[in-house]
Design a protein around this ligand. Sequence first.
Ligand code: NAD
Length: 304
Amino acid sequence: MMKYATGEAMLKDALRLSQGMSYKNAMADLPLGGGKAVIWGDSKADKSPDLFRAFGRAVASLNGTYYTAEDVGIDVADMEIVRQETEFVAGLDHGAAASGDPSPITATGVFRGILETARRAFGTDDLTTRTIAVQGVGSVGAHTCDFLAKAGATLVITDIDQAALKAVAARTGARIVAPDDIYDVEADIFSPNALGAVVNEQTLERLKVKAIAGAANNQLVMPEMGELLRRKGILYAPDYVINGGGIINVAAEISGNYSRDWVDSKLDRLMETLGAVLDEALAQDKPTNEVADRIARQRIADAR
Ligand code: NAD
């Protein structure tokens, strides 16, 4: 749920997010296609039971070809209202195979993905000498910060939510910077966990990091940014690969038989896939997003 500037911007975002879901499911080796719903509105002011019931009826009209789950601006309580109109809702707290909020599993994958990326960018995944600039300390970002702090990383964090910032800083010892200053931080890794399109020509000029690895969907403003990152010597962990933990958790719920062991083994394989993408890109001097897109499209073609 977001306050889009125009209907066209909303449609474009929905299509980009849908493609991302298709590629994400393929990279996580899940028996799912990809789709995404967007709601045009201010998640802090425009929520109502009627809105979510109407959304639920729209999802119901698709007869199970589409499952919805919480994402930006939406929480489990909203999804409970959607559930009153349709059974095709995942990420709930109760029910036969309820998997709950996917964010902790997403964050587990993001943390492990940061280790995979660090190993290739710095030759070691020891984070005790690394500074990580984290943008967004919401559901995924906050958990990711906890993992990173435990691994000994120095954290610099930003958000527009002051309460969330204070809570994470108190737990992790992170230094807080203003939202726009996060791109100028002297850090080793930039971890975007808030919005899309944050890697663009303006921010690329400012970023001093050697790697980008975070949960946000659609981090690159356009695919060509991947080549610009490669030329600048920044190793980019493709967003829809590193952030696939949550969808694995949701897929376990959709299967009707949730198993944490199954989720863990799928996450292990996803991390191997991320490593393979980074290795191939480095070996062949190719942008990481191009390598990931090619593998995702190949997997989709094979499944067809
Ligand atoms: P969230 O809404 O809980 O957290 C996002 C945070 O970003 C919030 O704290 C918000 O205040 C902050 N933010 C908003 N605008 C900002 C700005 N300009 N500068 C700094 N911070 C800002 O969302 P989330 O579930 O943590 O998801 C974060 C990102 O990860 C999103 O892009 C989402 O699509 C993606 N993602 C989430 C999951 C998941 O399991 N939740 C899975 C895959 C991908």
